[in-house]
Design a binder for this molecule. Structure first.
Ligand SMILES: [Cu+2]
Length: 79
């Protein structure tokens, strides 16, 4: 979906990207992953279900960059 920035100067192409991530054991892990993704894209919408090892990110950032942010935090990105 296309999302106007508040300034209306440029457009972001937002993709819904779903990752399987292992190693998230508690709420702190979810917060750490969320924080890492928001550091990459402050406008990202992050939804995590650690019981399903699932991280969903709505962002215009490339999938590889999002995966790297999670991996650099110490979690295993499976897919
Ligand atoms: Cu934890």
């Amino acid at each position: 979906m296309l999302q106007q920035t508040p300034e209306g100067l440029s457009e972001r192409y937002i993709m819904n990207q779903i990752f399987t991530v292992e190693g998230m054991t508690c709420g702190h892990c979810e917060k750490a992953v969320t924080k890492a993704l928001l550091a990459l894209d402050a406008q990202a919408k992050v939804t995590i279900d650690r019981t399903q090892n699932k991280v969903q990110v709505e962002s215009d950032q490339p999938r590889a960059a999002l995966a790297k942010a999670v991996a650099d935090e110490g979690y295993r990105v499976i897919t």
